[in-house]
Design a protein around this ligand. Structure first.
Ligand SMILES: [Fe+2]
Length: 194
């Protein structure tokens, strides 16, 4: 195990500080940075819309926003331990004392299914609205930040990783769960998302 990296004087549970950290950490990966920032922007907008129109319990807009900003943090080379970015991000956030954020980000998108296919420790799927919003937007935003449909995102993954690869297979395994989640979120948002 490598020693834990440090994030001096940063409170990653404050959106502006999480964004500063992400912008500097991924400055040399512009496509991934654009993806992260777009996911974060959309999650924040959707969170605000939901809070304005529904009585939701145990839901915090800033927490959902921070989770979106930090969901791919485990891709940072300096955080690599398992080599599987959801778990690496999880361990990093746990070290920062951010247990709730760790639980949200570890299960984003197809990571539970991919961990299973890779024989890694099981990832519990969080049933929280913050986790669902994160998966909703992560599966609709391309690397580079373009917003597409979930079906377009799946086609892109198949083209990039090949039909037989573990990444594609895990996305296909996750498809029924994610389609159900998408329907649920779109109902909450009143549909009509572009
Ligand atoms: Fe992502």
């Amino acid at each position: 195990m490598k020693p834990p990296p440090t994030t001096p004087n940063l409170n990653l549970n404050i959106p502006s500080e999480a964004e500063t950290f992400i912008r500097s950490s991924f400055a040399n990966e512009p496509k991934r940075l654009a993806h992260i920032l777009q996911v974060a922007k959309r999650v924040q907008q959707s969170a605000e819309e939901i809070v304005a129109n529904h009585a939701v319990e145990d839901f915090d807009i800033d927490e959902a926003h921070c989770a979106a900003l930090l969901h791919d943090v485990g891709y940072l080379q300096k955080l690599h331990r398992t080599g599987f970015h959801p778990w690496d991000g999880y361990y990093f956030l746990k070290e920062q004392g951010l247990d709730r954020l760790a639980d949200i980000i570890v299960c984003h998108s197809n990571s539970p299914e991919q961990a299973k296919l890779r024989g890694l420790p099981e990832i519990p799927v969080s049933d929280t609205l913050a986790a669902k919003l994160l998966t909703y937007w992560d599966t609709r935003v391309m690397q580079g930040g373009r917003v597409v449909t979930y079906e377009q995102r799946l086609s892109d993954i198949k083209a990039r990783y090949g039909e037989e690869g573990i990444v594609t297979q895990s996305h296909l395994a996750a498809e029924p769960r994610i389609k159900k989640l998408i329907a649920e979120i779109e109902e909450f948002l009143g549909g009509g998302l572009g």
